[in-house]
Design a protein around this ligand. Sequence first.
Ligand code: AMP
Length: 213
Amino acid sequence: MRVILLGPPGAGKGTQAKTMSESLGIVHISSGDLLRDNQERNTELGNTARSYMQQGLLVPDDLIIGMIEERIGRADASGGYVLDGFPRTVEQAQALAAALERRGESIDRVVNIRVSEEELVARLGGRWICRACQRPYHELNSPPENEGECDDCDGELYQREDDASEAVSRRIRVFAEQTAPLIDYYSGASGFVDVDGEGTIDEVRESLLRAVS
Ligand code: AMP
């Protein structure tokens, strides 16, 4: 099963992709996590991506496409994956389609998580993430049991630089301008499903699992 999760920043893609990949027994591939990992390791890709990410802008397509092609070609991805945060432009979607065709593979489901702009701003403002396992928390909706500490792995929680208010508005605008056209790109294709992302984490998880089952 190969799944693409679409949705604006703050729609819950990271949280939902993680549980979906566990339920389906496939890998979770997050372009944002791969970029942050490259930054921590100070790779050339990580250093180039840093300034775009801090400003809430998209990293150039050629860098992202190469990174994802390499990732989906690894052995652990052969049984399927949930793509979270990629593709984010029509050019990326076309490059993915071409890469899959070369491999004789295809995407089974494209799930679009819908959330209003007001809700997104509120969610991103209170978001904390585990530095070790990337599990996201929210000050109001899903706080950790112990402040500053991950429930799963005791890792340290931090706030992403691009969750600061100016970068948040820019990311939402970038989504509307560059990523929303992808919804039209995929909506005619078989396997496209639209899911309401404004319920509780459990409600959205149920809707998503129904959408991919
Ligand atoms: P995310 O963790 O998915 O919210 O991504 C964080 C940041 O990484 C984005 O705001 C972009 O700067 C960059 N990024 C992640 N995925 C992509 C992508 N597919 N294309 C371009 N930039 C990306």
